[in-house]
Design a protein around this ligand. Structure first.
Ligand code: MTE
Length: 400
């Protein structure tokens, strides 16, 4: 066991905040080479504090309470949840809102630690649908948010935040309470025994070690909802922001849907490429994702600093699950038959000839989604360094 009480973690993981709390991402190429589903060993972890320790024999008795502005508040054990509600399985990509923050910290230090581009991972999550639970509780008139609370004890209380009730009630947005990941019980770092999984939104909304849902007319007043997961206006500085709570109280700056984003996994940044004529071409590849269920519809690559762009091939492994629907998978029903949205990353690739590369010193990529949201050229710096999504760049060097 490690000093914080849990099993040894994969040595390839890059620790982003020292020993504690445990915040890690895999080297981008290792993550990418795993393919569509990320193994639990390399799945990124974002913990604000200690991981609640739950013994296996206590899992069936783990209790979840649903209360607030509902006609029928209730408390249910995990055993009851799984017996009384239908279980579903979906492939879902989780992304930390801080993914790619390192680039912001280089420009100007933010209040957040430096994620590279591997704060993103995908798993098959199995659990019950949030809409089914809310259906039993029956939200009352005036209810607008579902606040969620985890069991972790942090300096400012438990971790909590909210989703919008109208999104939670929309079955097509796929919000679930999951107890399994890739067919096995959630690992402690990922919320064992129960977590929310909020597809298409920042990972910060997917509350782990989930204990309580409260339906409310107002947004969550949890410390972590107010002081985290926001894109404040760019003029707010780290020093100023601490003294101006009004910036943080403004719910307009809270982030829900992910922004459109992409990254280059091959070649790695600063890699030296062989320009041997026998090589003919190099294959550039990486990932892309959209927010709110929007599908990435194009990925473009530039080797002349954005003057011209070429269209990359895109592969959507998520569609293989759609085509295989409906079927039983990992103890739940996988059914994406009538489900238009896209909640997973996709992969792009492009061959570029050695002769074209002879004058290139870097490679840029950008993605666009089906609402024509395109990654911007310029960074929007903000004090928490979140949602960073300008064109992604790797420098390349020529051999010889
Ligand atoms: N839930 C609790 N209870 N405590 C946390 O610290 N971190 C959030 C979210 N849910 C967090 C939490 C953040 S910011 C992210 S990005 C995701 O969990 C990360 O999920 P993962 O560690 O399983 O990848």
């Amino acid at each position: 066991k490690t000093p914080d009480g849990w099993l040894p973690r994969d040595p390839r993981l890059i620790r982003l905040t020292g020993v504690h709390p445990f915040n890690v991402e895999a080297p981008l190429t290792d993550l990418f080479n795993e393919g569509f589903l990320t193994s639990p060993e390399l799945f990124y972890v974002r913990n604000h504090g200690h991981v609640p320790q739950v013994q296996d024999e206590d899992i069936p008795d783990w209790e979840l309470t649903i209360e607030g502005l509902v006609e029928r508040p209730f408390t249910i054990s995990l055993r009851g949840l799984l017996e009384q509600f239908e279980q579903r399985t979906y492939p879902i990509t989780l992304v930390c809102a801080g993914n790619r923050r390192k680039e912001q910290n280089v420009v100007r230090k933010t209040k957040g630690f430096s994620w590279g581009a591997a704060g993103v991972s995908t798993a098959l999550f199995t659990g019950v649908m949030m809409v089914d639970l809310l259906g039993r509780a029956k939200p009352r008139r005036g209810a607008r948010y579902v606040c969620m609370e985890g069991a972790d004890e942090l300096p400012n209380g438990c971790y909590g935040t909210n989703v919008k009730l109208r999104s939670a009630m929309n079955r097509d947005l796929g919000m679930m309470l999951a107890h399994m990941m890739n067919g096995e019980m959630l690992r402690p770092d990922h919320g064992k025994p129960l977590r929310a999984v909020i597809p298409g939104q920042i990972g910060g909304r997917s509350v782990k070690w989930l204990k309580r849902l409260v339906v409310t007319p107002d947004h969550s007043d949890n410390w972590y909802h107010i002081w985290d997961n926001r894109v404040l206006p760019t003029m707010v500085s780290p020093e100023q922001s601490a003294n101006e709570p009004s910036w943080w109280q403004d719910e307009r700056y809270a982030i829900y849907d992910l922004s459109t984003n992409s990254a280059i996994a091959h070649p790695a940044h600063d890699q030296t490429l062989s320009l041997d004529v026998l090589q003919k071409s190099h294959c550039f590849k990486g990932y892309a994702y959209g927010g709110g269920g929007r599908r990435v519809t194009r990925v473009e690559v530039s080797i002349d600093k954005g003057k011209s762009w070429r269209l990359a091939e895109i592969e959507y492994p998520e569609d293989r699950y759609r085509e295989a629907s409906p079927r039983q998978m990992c103890g739940g029903t996988l059914d994406m038959t009538d489900y238009e949205a896209s909640f997973c990353w996709c992969f792009w690739s492009m061959n570029i000839s050695v002769s074209d590369l002879s004058s290139a010193s870097d490679v840029l990529v950008r993605a666009m989604d089906d609402s024509m949201n395109v990654q911007p050229r310029d960074m929007y710096w903000s004090v928490l360094g979140m949602m960073n999504n300008p064109w992604y760049r790797v420098a390349i060097h020529q051999e010889g």
